[in-house]
Design a protein around this ligand. Structure first.
Ligand SMILES: [Fe+2]
Length: 167
């Protein structure tokens, strides 16, 4: 892979037409790209662990906010969506644990898995709930304000966030 090639290039096709959600998805892509660079350049376990931590925390918060949005909108397929989120977090946890026992190649396996999962999740179930919310005329404004405030608080209170931003 050429040096200037981006591991996971964001495309407008991934938009779910809710700005806050798109921004969060793009940030997840950014963290994945950062992790890819750290792994490729062998930046060391500490740097990689910091980025991995940021990825897990950001994903957890993003999922929680997204689930709240669907709950507020009384979205009918909320439960299976939550199940997908839970499964991903469990798999991420397993991959991280597996890395402790094995060699570095696990990172590339993890990166490819996460990239595929995120693409399919956004283009699949995320697009579905967004379309359903818009169809019933649900206004996302209040949720977007709350989500923005929550993210700001999270960014200020977590050291890993600085670590990831500074990297
Ligand atoms: Fe989702």
């Amino acid at each position: 892979m050429a040096n200037d090639e981006v591991f996971f290039k964001w495309s407008p096709d991934y938009s779910v037409n809710i700005k806050t959600i798109d921004d969060q998805h793009q940030e997840l892509v950014n963290i994945l790209n950062r992790l890819f660079v750290a792994v490729s350049k062998r930046e060391g376990d500490l740097a990689i662990a910091g980025i991995l931590d940021a990825l897990v925390s950001y994903t957890q918060t993003h999922f929680a906010l997204e689930e709240r949005l669907m709950r507020q909108a009384k979205y009918k397929d909320l439960e299976p969506h939550i199940a997908e989120h839970k499964k991903l977090l469990a798999e991420l946890d397993q991959l991280a644990k597996k890395h402790m026992l094995e060699e570095k190649t696990i990172y590339f396996e993890m990166l490819t898995f996460l990239k595929t999962w995120l693409k399919e999740h956004i283009n699949g179930v995320d697009t579905k709930y967004s379309a359903a919310l818009q169809e019933v005329g649900f206004s996302v404004d209040v949720w977007e304000r709350e989500a923005t405030a929550e993210f700001a608080a999270m960014s200020n209170s977590k050291k890993w966030w600085e670590l990831w931003k500074a990297a």
